[in-house]
Design a protein. Structure first.
Lengths: 173, 250
């Protein structure tokens, strides 16, 4: 009987997680504007992403750039001196690397962790390079769907086991 | 030995009352509504992360959590009030109280057990939803932050339960009590002087102070909120208890 109640509670929590995930799955956009003027410097934007699909759109005016998408490991390859950020060596452990871009549109499948966008000027045609980054999130949080479904399955298994066990006990005694 | 017996009888009465009050449908509805709404308040979006300092990230996460707790507390208070009123009026009107008190159970034990029975399940559901969201969806939340949260949610829950208990005992009618309580809990939106009974304002002030989310916060405001809530809760619970002891149940 106790296992059955625990199973039902787990199932209800699983359903709650799935329903909340359904409501949380609306599209969400954010725009980062960068004004770059130093070709030796690395410009950085950090964010923590949910495990959803991410559409990355980059528009560059006044030149072209190199863009790295890195996680915390990639940050260790950078040298911070005040607000100046430089590369420690030429190699950087990145997740995605886009070379010499003026326009970019890509779809990525993210995990639940911190990401950083590193931007470095490659060519300058004007005094300033203006970079416009638009990030759009869409789809469901994948991990929450797995957690919700797992809780429901564990709950159902507990309920079935508890009912079987009760029947067995009745037969034995 | 007498202490052991009294604990045993308290547990027995609580489990008996839980069987009466928390039937499957009510428990399911509570879990699904409270947990869904609590998790829904955490938006699935990008949270900015600072490469220089993780403390800024922590503060931002706590800020998001504070907003979510404040927002979801509205529906939590609503569900808690409905549960509390239904439990008390059912016990009073269906003669369950009279039957129970004919057994060797004192009114004191019954009152304590019923209060525990009313507030523990929604409290655990609300808290576990927010702890899950804080540690998994946001992370960066430390154990100290969560312990402070537990105390504040406990205080606010007991405050709501005490008001609902007192009104239910006095009025003894489910529908009238529900309407009266719902109007009491919506009053702060019309009269800012009654902000002390508004759960959202409570979490806003108390969590900002407890989690040090702002550098120069008016801490007297936060202390006032916690102090007034605590003293009102104790006073109303005492009054309810005294009224319950003297109450005619026939």
């Amino acid at each position: 009987m106790r296992y059955q109640i625990i199973g039902e509670i787990l199932m209800a929590f699983g359903i709650a997680i799935l329903i909340s995930n359904l409501f949380r799955a609306n599209n969400w956009s954010q725009v980062y504007d960068m004004f770059l003027n130093d070709p030796d410097k690395i410009y950085i934007e950090g964010f923590k992403s949910p495990p959803r699909n991410l559409k990355l759109e980059v528009i560059v005016k006044g030149g072209s750039i190199d863009l790295y998408l890195v996680d915390r490991r990639g940050i260790e390859d950078l040298e911070f001196s005040g607000l100046n950020i430089k590369l420690k060596n030429k190699n950087i452990s990145y997740i995605k690397y886009y070379h010499n871009i003026t326009y970019l549109c890509d779809v990525l499948s993210m995990e639940r962790k911190c990401y950083f966008i590193l931007v470095k000027i490659l060519k300058m045609k004007e005094n300033n390079v203006i970079v416009n980054i638009r990030i759009t999130l869409y789809g469901f949080d994948r991990d929450l769907i797995y957690i919700g479904l797992s809780l429901i399955l564990i709950g159902i298994s507990l309920i079935i086991v508890a009912k079987r066990f009760d029947k067995m006990m009745i037969k034995i005694f | 030995m007498p202490l052991k017996n009294s604990i045993k009888s308290t547990i027995n009465v609580v489990s008996f009352e839980a069987n009466i009050a928390w039937d499957r449908s009510i428990l399911w509805l509570n879990i699904i509504l409270i947990a869904t709404f609590s998790l829904f308040c955490y938006k699935s979006q990008l949270y900015s992360e600072n490469p220089y300092s993780s403390d800024i990230g922590r503060r931002e996460n706590l800020y998001v959590m504070k907003e979510a707790i404040g927002l979801s507390s509205n529906i939590y208070v609503l569900i808690l009030t409905i549960t509390c009123v239904l439990t008390w009026t059912r016990i009073l009107n269906r003669g369950i109280l009279k039957t129970l008190l004919s057994l060797p159970i004192s009114r004191k034990t019954f009152f304590i057990c019923n209060i525990l029975n009313i507030f523990i399940p929604p409290f655990i559901i609300f808290l576990s939803s927010h702890i899950f969201a804080g540690t998994y969806i946001l992370n960066h939340i430390s154990v100290n932050d969560l312990l402070l949260l537990v105390l504040l949610v406990l205080l606010q829950t007991l405050f709501t339960v005490s008001i609902a208990t007192f009104t239910s005992l006095i009025l003894k009618n489910g529908i009238i009590t529900l309407f009266l309580l719902l109007s009491i809990f919506t009053l702060p939106s019309q009269f800012p002087e009654l902000k002390y009974i508004d759960s959202r304002s409570f979490y806003e002030k108390a969590l900002t102070y407890m989690w040090s989310l702002e550098r120069h916060i008016p801490y007297i405001d936060a202390i006032k909120f916690i102090g007034i809530t605590l003293s009102l809760m104790l006073l109303i619970l005492m009054l309810s208890y005294i009224y319950f002891l003297k109450m005619d149940i026939d």
